[in-house]
Design a protein around this ligand. Sequence first.
Ligand code: PMP
Length: 419
Amino acid sequence: MVGLQHRSRAVTGAALRADFPVFERPTASGRRLVYLDSAASAQKPRAVIEALAQTYAHHYANVHRGIYELSVDADARYEGARRSVAAFIGADSPREIVFVRNATEAINLVAFSFGRSNVGRDDLVVTTELEHHANLVPWQQLCAATGATLAHVRSTDDGKLDLDDLRSHLERGPKILAVSHVSNALGTINPIAEVTGLGRAAGATVVVDAAQSVPHMPLNVAELGADFVAFSGHKMLGPSGIGVLWGRRALLDAMPPFLTGGSMIRRVTLDGAEWNEVPWKFEAGTPAIAEATGLAAAIDYLEGIGMDGVRAHERELFIAAWSRLGNMPGVRLLGPDDPDEHAGVISFVLDGIHPHDVATILDREGVAVRAGHHCAQPLMDRHGVPATTRASFYLYNDHDDIERLADAIVATQRVFGTA
Ligand code: PMP
């Protein structure tokens, strides 16, 4: 693993880009790629790509099955990756780490497995207007299946969670509170420790969608006060196809399995089966073996920089971009303006130009951004827009990227005659 060789590296954007082969790729514009879509998926450093290649080349066999050397090696690396994840988020034990495909699957696992055995028709499930569809639709499905009621905490005009509305929902004693730490669509950082504290004090089981926070800021599950936390490997420099569900051990132990079949059993007869222990009870079938080692390499890389450094860098970029774009005519910014309440994600609308057109012209300038509803249609409805353009930052971005974005916005406004 590469951790030590990266230890104490500063987050400098441009210097770190050398670690990411994608930035060697020429763009049609002839200019260097400005990648501002890390909220959708992050680029991969060489260390992660090499970890995948090494596993496939020299350490690959199925896990949890073989008794031969190669399989034992593969198993050790897979379980080693679980320990890396546990240490990275401050879990009490690797047994609390369930490998899944992505954050979406992690939340579905909780909604199905925990939800269907704990939520009944007289119960209430609370989520919020700020959620990604991944933290909304599984709860809709749970409520449709059980007859439970689903309620949503309102958000404010500047994209924050309305904590008074949260408190009034909690007075109704919900069984589950499902809330994101950071909004992918607006960049809002929710006061998550306060929210989980209120939720648990009200007796709710608290599920935190941390897909946009674990990659970008320190997160310690022991301090967070949640019951479940979900995130994806691909947004934190790791491979796609692997994600994480952290859950309190007692809850995981008590839950029935989600998917069933091989690996998740202790014993099977023709008429029934006994489940394996956690976390393997929730890992049916052959898991993402090489991807787990790639995720461990991503964690090594991030730890070599330090999550405080990653967060500080993105905070600085947010402040610069918010003021640069906010001072441009015809640009409307969404979300809170306080840098302590806003991650490195800026959603904006240009007067008179559809976000898809904005993203198309930006692409011609070599600037990759996301346009659309960002899998948060209720939130778009709430703000009266069908879509926004979203620029999201990571450790390989810098101030020059913000200038390129601003220049490309001016170019777009010229094309549409709105400048
Ligand atoms: N929640 C949030 C806040 C997200 O941003 C995303 C990804 N855009 C997800 C959940 C779902 O992640 P994945 O597609 O990796 O399952």
